[in-house]
Design a protein around this ligand. Sequence first.
Ligand code: SF4
Ligand code: SF4
Length: 120
Amino acid sequence: MAKIAIVGCKRIQDQLCISCAKCLKAISKREGEFARYKDDDKIDLVALGDCGDCPGLIMPKVTLMNEITNMLERDYDIIHLGTCIVKAKKTGKCPLDFDQVTALIKENFDKEVIVGTHNY
Ligand code: SF4
Ligand code: SF4
């Protein structure tokens, strides 16, 4: 069973991409970046939240996310950066450096980071 969390762009999540229905569909159908879990019987979506807002507050936000998941005894292994964040980076002025974020999350929380979620 894959245990994952999704972090989305605060400026897009539930504003321009509503109710996170796209990522939930991709999880259900094992599409996009979730195709990597096609052999897992279940994807356990432990947390689904935002990045903490500009100008790049993702590390304090992930710290808070981990505090609550630890408190609830709901550990996870992988953080997906949502397609919304990828779009914010490509088409907006998102300041996040994916390589830096990936390294910091690995170093501080020992979680793998995958950039992207759905392809819709
Ligand atoms: S890309 Fe995924 S995480 Fe981001 S807002 Fe859309 S559905 Fe939610
Ligand atoms: S830091 Fe990037 S992902 Fe977060 S709200 Fe700003 S533009 Fe969106």
